[in-house]
Design a protein around this ligand. Structure first.
Ligand code: GTQ
Ligand code: FE2
Length: 348
């Protein structure tokens, strides 16, 4: 029997191919193998001034028990469903009021928080109470139990960063609710910071036990100390200014295997050269104001705003002020992209 005898036209062949679960690669080659990346995400700036009243509104009208996590997601205009900030990254502003308790859970996705406003809350991560104060950077690595409690007297707002779009892309997402809602402290408060923050003095009595940094909180006092010590003494990068990476004391590398988290300072009058890189970047403005040009889009930002720079789009940062510096907290998927061999950059 001839294998082609029953097919008498191209149309029949294509239809039959589809019925068999096949498709012609030659119709898709261009779209699936583009010359270079074209991100679906667009450059965007989320205005804190506009979002903050909404955080207050929902804090007043939506009980934490109903929300579990009262988070305003920062959704890229081109990534609505499923919602994401950039292709493989998520950011959102979480608000917690005095006395509120966000129940314990855990998930595969790695999370971290950069505290935008407030003090006196803490998050309990695998039995360690980790204090949260403005400017602190906190880690909740994948599959660690975490619940948040606010013991202070003013609202807390922080930026959450998670890699759940990547986790869901890879279809490796697990999630569990903690049976009792609230974890009991198992170790002294802030122990991981006390042990590991010193950087050049690492504890030798325990072996590295996981792939992420063991530090629960990188306090603002330490971050600011580094920024002030360097000030304008170092040249920094012509593209990105002075950039410091929060590091894993066990490896010297990124705090998480999927995401790198950094502090970036643009000195007064900084006008960066353009560059592009495969990982997308999300930046939270800690202080100052300025402009970031991404492709054809101009993003004007000020304190507490969040900007998204999609991967492989040419960007450059400008600090418009001649007298004040500008500081960002940034994160990206660079470690994931590098470890898979997909990192590329182009410097102008
Ligand atoms: O605080 O545990 O923004 O689980 C998204 C998912 C925050 C959290 C988010 C979460 C959390
Ligand atoms: Fe969570």
């Amino acid at each position: 029997m001839s294998l082609v005898s029953e097919i008498s036209s191209d149309k029949e062949a294509y239809d039959e191919l589809a019925r068999c679960g096949g498709a012609p690669l030659w119709h898709h080659l261009k779209s699936m193998f583009s010359h270079e990346p074209h991100s679906t995400a667009v450059p965007f700036c989320w205005s804190y001034e506009k979002l903050r009243p909404l955080a207050s509104y929902f804090a007043e009208h939506l009980p934490i028990e109903d929300a579990q996590r009262r988070v305003l997601m920062l959704v890229n205009p081109q990534l609505q469903d499923p919602p994401a900030t950039l292709g493989s990254l998520f950011a959102g502003f979480q608000v917690l009021l005095p006395g509120e308790q966000a129940p314990a859970h855990r998930h595969t996705a790695n999370a971290f928080r950069f505290i935008t406003e407030g003090h006196g809350a803490y998050t309990t991560v695998d039995g360690e109470r980790v204090p949260m104060n403005t400017g602190d950077f906190l880690l909740t690595a994948g599959w660690q139990w975490h619940d948040h409690y606010h013991a202070g007297d003013q609202p807390m707002v922080w930026l959450d960063g998670l890699d759940f779009p990547l986790v869901n892309m890879l279809e490796v997402g697990f999630y569990e609710q903690y049976p009792d809602g609230v974890q009991k402290p198992l170790v002294p408060e802030g122990l991981s910071t006390k042990q590991f923050i010193h950087g050049r003095l690492n504890p030798l009595w325990s072996e590295p036990s996981r792939v992420n940094s063991p530090i629960g909180n990188y306090p603002w006092t330490e971050t600011n100390r580094a920024l002030e010590a360097i000030a304008d003494h170092a040249e920094g990068s012509e593209y990105d200014g002075t950039v410091l990476e929060y590091s894993n004391p066990w490896t010297g590398g990124s705090v998480l295997p999927t995401m790198s988290c950094r502090i970036q300072r643009l000195k007064p009058g900084f006008s960066g050269r353009p560059r592009q890189q495969t990982p997308g970047i999300i930046a939270h403005v800690i202080r100052g104001e300025g402009t970031t040009i991404v492709g054809d889009t101009t993003l004007n930002w000020k304190k507490n705003d969040v900007i998204a720079i999609p991967g492989w789009q040419k960007y450059r940062h400008i600090n418009d002020s001649k007298t004040n510096d500008a500081v960002f907290f940034t994160f990206s998927n660079e470690p994931a992209i590098r470890s898979l061999g997909f990192y590329r950059e182009q410097l102008d």
